[in-house]
Structure formats: structure tokens, C-alpha cells
Ligand binder design. Structure first.
Ligand code: ZN
Length: 175
């Protein structure tokens, strides 16, 4: 598989709190980044991965539809935007940048997004269930948001110790 398996940055890294910049040109640098995103997501068993999570503040994310038993290959979406949502579902959600944290969060059940595919062509994608949740989770990343921002203050307080541990780990890995 093409691309490099990159380090996934953890809570505490500034890229996770930075709003990613829209892509304006599809060039070799971007294509390399997209290949790295797909490769890193697959190697590290993610259902999705946003560019911020490999330290790049570029508006793109990767999705692995095989995580939802859909028989198609991992792909990236560039400059994604939500067009419509429907319904609501509460499900447990985790994040490669927040290891060990799983929170039950409400998210729309169905979502339609639009953006560009890896060739720069406009695409509209509709998803339900865990893929819809992955789209919205990765969109949050591109806006500098994390799933812990969506939990209530009491729950957030209970996570404080774990978050500090993750931050320490990030400082060590970062060197
Ligand atoms: Zn995440």
C-alpha cells in the first residue's frame, strides 16, 4: 500500500486545536499527504483519520468503509462540508488521538456531505450509522474540535486525569 504510516498526534498537540486550511491546489504534496492519511488510518485501525491527526492542518480526511463492512477501498475527502443531517443516534465514540477514551455521544443518524475527491472532482456522499458518525467526527477535527468537547462538564471532569496522562505521553513522543 502506498503512503507512509505516520505518527498519530495525541491530545495536547497544537494541530488538534487548529482549524485546518482549505485546499486550493491538488498537487503532489497533497497527493502524498492523502496517501499517508489512508495508510496511517489502515495501519492503526482507524475508521477515519483527519489530517490534523498527523500534524497537518489541511482540510482533508480519510475514511475506511470496510470498518462498516462496506466492500470498498479507503478514500479521502477534501474540503468536506455538511449538506444535510437527519435523525439522532447515541453511540460510543473513540479517537486515535485520545487513546483509552470512549464516550457515548449523540450524532445525526444520516448525513450528507460534499467536498472534493482525490482527483479534485466534486463529490456528494451520503452515509448512515458509523460512517455518518465518522464523517462528523473527522469534520470536528478539521475545525479544531475533539469528542471531549461534546461531553458535559461532569463527565469532562472525570476525564481530567486521563487527559493529563495523554498530554504527558504526547510531550514525550514529541520529544
Ligand atoms: Zn478522532
Amino acid at each position: 500500500m502506498e503512503g507512509r504510516n505516520r505518527r498519530v498526534v495525541l491530545y495536547g498537540h497544537t494541530a488538534l486545536r487548529t482549524r485546518a486550511r482549505p485546499v486550493t491546489v491538488i498537487d503532489d504534496d497533497l497527493r502524498r499527504l492523502l496517501a499517508d492519511l489512508r495508510r496511517t488510518m489502515v495501519e492503526q485501525d482507524g475508521l477515519g483519520l483527519a489530517a490534523n491527526q498527523i500534524g497537518e492542518t489541511t482540510r482533508a480526511f480519510a475514511i475506511d468503509p470496510r470498518g462498516a463492512d462496506v466492500d470498498s477501498r479507503p478514500y479521502c475527502v477534501i474540503n468536506p462540508e455538511v449538506v444535510a443531517t437527519e435523525g439522532e443516534l447515541e453511540r460510543e465514540e473513540g479517537c486515535l488521538s485520545l487513546p483509552g477514551i470512549w464516550e457515548v455521544l449523540p450524532r445525526p443518524e444520516l448525513v450528507r456531505i460534499r467536498g472534493l475527491d482525490e482527483t479534485g472532482a466534486e463529490v456528494e456522499l451520503e452515509a448512515s450509522g458509523i460512517i455518518a458518525r465518522a464523517f462528523l467526527h473527522e469534520l470536528d477535527h478539521l475545525n479544531g474540535q475533539l469528542l471531549i468537547d461534546r461531553v458535559g462538564p461532569t463527565r469532562r471532569g472525570l476525564l481530567a486525569g486521563k487527559l493529563r496522562e495523554i498530554e504527558d505521553r504526547e510531550r514525550q513522543e514529541c520529544g
